[in-house]
Design a binder for this molecule. Structure first.
Ligand code: FES
Length: 473
């Protein structure tokens, strides 16, 4: 998909030419729908000429990048179609695709893409009539939605403002309690390093600015004496356990509850070996933003140390093992959910106005990627040049594609630490994208990221009874 895939011109030019005729990219599987479309042709079944077919071996091969690329390059609508469930020539390709397409659909809907623009159907090789009907339905829907001319702001458009989050539910830990946690961490690090049980103790040290904390890799007792704990210990240290930042050797790592979920995710994905780690859970009363307010992710978190940790550190001392035996329990409503509900209550065009303004501010600095433990690929999709799936330079289309594909890649994997949002110099609300998809994964598949190291990642699995209400009947 290099260069201009769709020689169709900008929407205005197309309208001038012939009244509005939508362009619909249909990504179809070779074995069923492509043959079904062929059948429609050989039986002389007429259907709208608006579709451009893109043949793939199986819907299991359909990447959300293809869908986003089609929209980015000027398609007004996209249809993905393949074999009926049970008929896939690669057995389960379409069932896995069904999960992925459901999540992609939720993402596109959340950023405000009109739902009439994205369609999924099952059409077999013998269903030429059905193919013609699906194309008619899809073309009609996309025509009603109009040309996709969404990339520039409309004149006089009011910005969308999110409601103020509620006040924090709990008081902060006192400086004395924080100092006690720090003291206990130093003593544990001294004992683990001194006894040679680990080669590195990965925790937090005092930053140059007072009251801040930065990651600290202690390899001896002198370095361990600089370890601290305070409510500015933001970084998710799991980022140093996999990928290009991986710290070699036997590593003890300090984890808040959200950070521990990332470790479980990395374990699930085969990115680390549990026996190479000593997990030091800290009972965390929450971290604070620059303005002193409790971070939104902390409102609902009980702060308890995750199951599976080797040590629990609190102001009271160091215990062996973890306190938690059951799944985390929300202690207050999650303010991110209120912001998501607010956005979902808006018409799609207003949602898109919100996200377009957010994406337009993206600097493409990739700070979000750098701080994310689950972004460990050696070569990120944003760096692929042949084909170049995502335009490399800053611009509305590339920015939207980058942020959308990153959110999609984290669906069912994001630990919810919100480090991407904190690290973003443009303060994009990436937390809302990640959280919205986490909720969708939980609602559809009953799965929460970072809880079970032996569970199959939800977008690499399927159940035959997975809901498919979004697929054309
Ligand atoms: Fe058609 Fe898998 S071969 S969907």
């Amino acid at each position: 998909m290099n260069g201009t895939l769709l020689e169709i011109g900008p929407p205005a030019a197309r309208e001038e030419r012939s009244g509005f005729e939508p362009v619909v990219v249909a990504i179809v599987c070779n074995w069923c729908t492509y043959a079904g479309a062929d059948m429609a042709g050989t039986t002389r079944r007429a259907y709208p000429p608006n579709v451009r077919l893109l043949r793939v071996p199986c819907t299991g091969r359909v990447s959300p990048l293809q869908v986003l690329k089609a929209f980015e390059q000027g398609a007004d609508g996209v249809l993905v179609s393949g074999c009926h469930p049970g008929d896939c020539h690669y057995v389960h390709g379409n069932l896995v695709a069904r999960r992925r397409l459901a999540i992609l659909r939720a993402l596109l809907d959340f950023v405000g893409l009109d739902a009439r623009r994205f369609h999924v159907s099952w059409v077999s090789a013998s269903e030429g009539v059905r193919w013609a009907r699906v194309v008619e339905t899809v073309t009609r829907a996309v025509r009603e939605a109009g040309p996709l001319d969404a990339w520039s702001p409309r004149d006089g458009e009011e910005p969308v403002r999110l409601p103020e989050p509620p006040p924090a539910p709990s008081p902060p830990a006192s400086p004395e309690e924080q100092e006690a946690v720090g003291r206990n961490l130093r003593s544990l690090a001294a004992s683990l390093l001194g006894e040679g049980r680990v080669t590195v103790f990965l925790g937090y040290g005092e930053a140059t600015l007072p009251g801040r904390a930065v990651p600290l890799l202690a390899t001896d007792l002198a370095e361990a004496s600089a370890l601290v704990w305070n409510d500015r210990c933001h970084s998710n240290l799991a980022v140093y356990l996999a990928g290009p930042n991986r710290v070699p050797g036997k590593v003890a790592v300090v984890l808040k509850a959200c950070d521990a979920r990332a470790v479980i995710g990395l374990q699930q994905e085969g990115q680390l070996r549990r026996e190479d780690l000593v997990l030091v859970g800290v009972r965390c009363p929450g971290v604070r933003e620059e303005d002193g307010r409790l971070a939104l992710k902390c409102h609902a978190c009980d702060g308890e140390v995750a199951a599976g940790c080797d040590f629990t550190v609190s102001a009271d001392g160091v215990e062996t093992g973890a306190a938690r035996s059951a799944a985390p329990r929300a202690v207050a409503p999650d303010p991110r959910d209120a912001a998501i509900a607010f956005l979902e209550g808006l018409p799609p065009a207003r949602r898109w106005a919100f996200w377009r303004e957010q994406f337009d501010r993206c600097l493409r600095c990739y700070a979000c990627r750098a701080v994310c433990p689950l972004c460990y690929c050696g070569t990120c999709i944003s760096e692929h040049h042949r084909p170049q799936w995502i335009p490399a330079s800053i611009g509305p289309r590339g920015n939207a594609s980058w942020n959308a594909i990153r959110a999609y890649h984290l669906a069912g994997r994001c630990a919810g630490c919100d480090e991407c949002t904190r690290a973003c110099p443009a303060r994009l609300r990436l937390d809302l994208l990640n959280r919205r998809l986490a909720l969708e994964v939980e609602r559809r598949f009953g799965y929460r990221a970072g809880e079970d190291p032996s569970a199959a990642p939800p977008l690499a699995a399927f159940r035959p009874e997975d809901p498919q209400e979004f697929v054309h009947a």
